[in-house]
Design a protein around this ligand. Structure first.
Ligand SMILES: Cc1cc2nc3c(=O)[nH]c(=O)nc-3n(C[C@H](O)[C@H](O)[C@H](O)COP(=O)(O)OP(=O)(O)OC[C@H]3O[C@@H](n4cnc5c(N)ncnc54)[C@H](O)[C@@H]3O)c2cc1C
Length: 656
């Protein structure tokens, strides 16, 4: 089949117009904001940090943070009544743009305004907003988000720091009861933070009320630790060395009653505890769920860093030549090799897919952050999607940046070509803001329990029973692209020859069918196991879930893959220009078919593809790589990465 002709890609195109149209599609509804931030970034002087000492690098990042504080984006996410701009979705998009630059600066900004400021805004109430928000935006008050402990990272519910209420003085007493309860890895703690949002088990009247957050000063005006606060430096890390991560321990540290961030639980003047949410478990999950902005931001910034790596690798591969082409036609450009196209182009297609999915997620955040009553189920679904997209986007970043490094050969290993720094700095994205494996488990549990909020209260056995009783078969919940997808599915697939692989309805059905099969199978498996292991109580239930962990994780993964595909399909359908739509449509094919190819074993083992069709999937991926090769440069140029951030020496001619 002549793909080029049949997909309308053989018409002459105005590359600049095409690139601009692709950028417009990628920016989506945040076009004006993205252009504004890009213009600011284009004027920036980008300096090389690779030879700085840790202290010099931290100082440089802190200085840059002060410059950033003077710009609009630092205020975007905060309440307008206190000097903010009241647009959390826009703040996440602006933060995503920061991911195109120095990632230490991006993380430092994320800690200050996203995690620390975000916790004050979202977990605190008016008394905290009035007192602190302006200073946080202006960087008069620098802070930390102190959740993780040495002993407990993923299992936040079982943190061991305590905050016991003393009615005699109307104060909370913060303590680190044992070394494992020490706060660990905390950004801004080792050098610059003056205050910390400390997550601790709240004890009132001798009774534990679960994890709550309190504002605790950690340094005085001269930068010395406050009495009772011990601070250690985590020292040099595998990357992100412009961020000062540290450890915090507390001994009899007293803070006033008002230091409790009291949106979800409070201690009144009478010393009594009260909360709008009765159950400790539900309160905890509601509180944690409120903080999803950070997770969404990590997914977005992982996407930005990946785009930067792809822009470097594709740009280089378009000029670098190796080995003579027979017939005296000169040396072959790397990107003309199929193996090289395979290395970069499916990853490029996935970056497009994740970019569209990310913006749909951010759109959902914007909608749910508005005024008015919150729809609990929608909120939980958004949290689950944020967890899943964060996991997939950060794993994609890690794999793709490595592939880009290899695609640039030895040059890719030189610091001057930026890829090694990108690799080191993004590595931990798979761990912080929630370990990816743990996040995918949350996604699967959400699917199995239909995002019911009462599940937060249930132990493992009760959860297994809940699933056994309530799961009534998979219902594919559509994303924002619902009407588009329904229309496409109603229209196809009409053919059953080799072209069916390029039929959008066939692709969507393949993803959907896999998800449905895996989820139904998982529910059946848990139901069977719950029946037989019920008498063994919690340990029996633990064994059920533990034995099914592989299935659970795969189910979550294929669910997110389907959500991402739908976001891409919707973006293609939205695109107003026929030439751009034709190109995006082929990129979408490449994303979908490369993903199916990566999971061929499942499709074959479950009789979803014949051996012949499975081989034709590989053929189609090869064909799409060849087809898209001439547009690869336009596809990365459309990321519109400001010039100063593409300063890799290999992009300025040294490699050819
Ligand atoms: C550079 C950096 C900056 C950070 N900044 C902050 C910060 O500012 N504030 C803050 O509070 N924290 C911060 N953290 C901490 C971070 O959020 C935690 O490291 C993260 O939540 C994971 O916790 P952990 O390190 O204890 O890993 P663990 O939870 O011990 O996980 C270790 C491994 O065990 C696996 N695992 C755990 N539980 C399960 C399970 N149930 N099933 C299967 N596998 C499981 C995980 O997949 C992982 O592979 C930072 C960490 C780093 C490295």
């Amino acid at each position: 089949m002549d793909l080029r002709a049949s997909f309308g890609l053989d018409e002459p195109v105005d590359v600049d117009a095409l690139t601009t149209a692709l950028t417009t599609a990628l920016d989506g509804r945040w076009g004006a904001l993205c252009r504004g931030v890009r213009a600011q970034m284009a004027a920036a002087v980008v300096r090389d940090n690779s030879d700085l000492t840790t202290e010099q690098y931290r100082q440089r990042v802190f200085d840059d943070l002060h410059l950033l504080a003077k710009t609009g984006p630092a205020r975007l996410g905060f309440d307008p009544e206190f000097g903010g701009m009241g647009d959390p979705a826009a703040s996440v998009v602006a933060h995503e743009m920061l991911g195109l630059g120095d990632l230490s600066l991006m993380v430092k900004a994320g800690v200050q305004w996203g995690l620390f400021g975000g916790a004050v805004q979202l977990l605190g109430t008016r008394r905290h907003h009035e007192r602190y928000l302006r200073d946080i935006m202006d960087l008069q008050l620098t802070g930390c988000f102190a959740m993780t402990e040495t002993g407990h990272g993923s299992d936040v519910q079982h943190l061991r720091t305590t905050a016991a209420y003393d009615p005699a003085t109307a104060e909370f007493v913060i303590d680190t009861p044992d070394p494992a309860a020490r706060k660990d890895y905390i950004g801004n703690a080792a050098r610059d933070g003056r205050m910390a949002v400390v997550f601790a088990q709240l004890i009132v009247d001798g009774r534990s009320r679960g994890v709550h957050a309190l504002l605790v000063p950690i340094r005085d005006g001269d930068g010395n630790p406050m009495p009772g606060v011990s601070i250690e430096d985590c020292g040099r890390k595998g990357g992100l060395n412009g961020v000062d991560n540290g450890r915090l321990s507390f001994r009899d540290v007293r803070v006033p009653r008002e230091a409790l961030l009291n949106r979800f639980g409070d201690v009144g003047e009478d010393g009594r505890y009260s909360s709008p949410i009765e159950s400790d478990g539900r309160r905890f999950f509601t509180m944690i769920g409120t903080l999803i902005r950070g997770r969404i931001s990590v997914a977005g910034t992982a996407g930005s860093a990946t785009k930067r790596a792809l822009a470097i690798a594709v740009g280089y591969s378009n000029t670098r030549r190796q080995f003579e082409r027979p017939g005296g036609q000169g040396e072959v450009v790397l990107l003309d090799y199929q193996a090289h196209q395979r290395k970069l182009l499916p990853a490029l297609a996935t970056s497009y897919a994740l970019s569209f999915a990310q913006h749909e997620l951010v759109g959902g955040l914007g909608e749910l952050s508005g005024e008015g009553p919150r729809d609990e189920r929608q909120q939980r679904e958004l949290e689950s999607r944020a967890a899943g997209i964060k996991a997939v986007a950060t794993w994609h970043a890690t794999a793709t940046i490595q592939a880009c490094r290899e695609a640039c050969g030895g040059a890719g290993y030189l610091a001057e070509n930026l890829l090694t720094t990108l690799k080191a700095d993004t590595d931990v994205f798979t761990t912080f803001e929630g370990d990816n494996t743990v996040l995918l488990q949350l996604v699967a549990k959400g699917l199995l329990t239909n995002y019911q909020s009462q599940v937060g209260d249930l132990g493992t056995l009760a959860t297994a029973r809940f699933i056994a009783e309530q799961f009534a078969g998979t219902f594919i919940e559509r994303t924002a692209a619902r009407s588009v997808i329904e229309r496409l599915l109603a229209a196809g697939p009409g053919r059953d020859d080799e072209t069916v692989l390029f039929d959008r309805a066939w692709q969507i059905r393949a993803f959907e069918d896999r998800e449905k099969h895996m989820l139904d199978g998982l529910a059946r498996r848990l139901r069977r196991a719950a029946g037989s292991a019920g008498d063994r109580g919690e340990s029996g239930a633990f064994a059920i879930f533990n034995d099914a962990q592989d299935h659970l994780l795969r189910t979550a993964r294929v669910h997110i893959d389907r959500v991402v595909l739908e976001a891409f399909v919707a973006a293609v359908e939205r695109c107003p220009s026929p030439a751009t739509r034709a190109l995006l449509s082929r990129v979408c094919d490449l994303y979908g078919l490369a993903s199916i190819e990566g999971d061929l074993a499942w499709f074959l083992a479950h009789g979803r593809l014949t051996a012949v069709r499975a081989k034709s999937v590989t053929g189609a991926v090869n064909a799409l790589c060849g087809l898209l090769r001439p547009q690869a440069q336009a596809l990365v140029d459309a990321f519109a990465i400001p010039r100063p951030y593409l300063g890799a020496k290999i992009l300025v001619g040294a490699g050819s």
